[in-house]
Design a protein around this ligand. Sequence first.
Ligand code: HPA
Ligand code: ZN
Length: 334
Amino acid sequence: MDNTRLIRQLPKAELHLHIEGSLEPELMMQLAKKHKVTLPYQSIEQVKQAYNFDNLQSFLDLYYLGASVLRDEDDFYQLMWRYLLKCREENVVHCELMFDPQTHTERGIGFDIFMPGFLRAIEQAKQQWGQSCLLIMCFLRHLPEQSALQTLQQAQPYLDHIEAVGLDSSELGHPPEKFTQAFAEAKKMGLKAVAHAGEEGPPDYIWSAINTLKVDRIDHGVRSIEDPALMTLLKEQQIPLTVCPLSNIKLCVFDHMSQHNILKLLDAGLLVTVNADDPSYFGGYLNDNFLALDQHLGLQSEQIKQLVSNSFNASFLDDRTKQLWLDKIQTGSL
Ligand code: HPA
Ligand code: ZN
């Protein structure tokens, strides 16, 4: 089987996807019209042309602008539903999706608006084709820790539907230890933890996410390669990295896909996974990320299977369910 077919056919898990980053220009323009929100774009073409980023912050500015069209319950349902249809199309059988409550609560849109919309879509996909989906509630690191603590309180009625907390937004200048208390509180509530670290920030931020936030995995983490002692720790403890190739190119973390370090991390024995991050902004969903790696780095079929197996091993699924998917990947009984 050729790699393209293998990538498309393997059952996969997506572990690093911001649901607000799956807002396609078509839905953005439709909702802007519905709610009479003025955006600086006249056409879908113009939206796509604007998606040329120099760094993380230049992307975040447009990402928060885009999210401003999400207003009522049905908007959040539409957003989630469209992404879950993608999962079905791409054979992403399990997904762990990040959402940014503060992006909405700061605009006066509460948990009672977005959570019912998200949950309605997730339940429908589960009923219709057995989609498996968990939610990760992210704190915006450019805001004070107090705001994260308040968000944790607001989330109380929905804790049964939230698997973990995460940390995203502007990395530089906002080290993980800024959120030590919020993560400790979340852990006490039984939530798991992840954090973006080592995308633009230094390896020190990865150390801090592990040692002070006690995260179960690191989002991005590609700069770990600069620190041999950190590489040893990540390998020995098999702390997963959720790597996002197309994102890294669009945000200029690497100049070109042929320079991406994911295979070096994999060869060093780290538990690395492939993910889409913000597919509508970065030009592709999960299969596109694998295909781009294959095109520019040349993947062996065993490497594809390893990366896909890693996505289940690094997930928050129970061991039995993990094993069922791992067996399917190994035996090829798809
Ligand atoms: N990094 C940090 N914050 C984010 C990202 C990202 O890739 N996507 C959405 N928020
Ligand atoms: Zn991300």
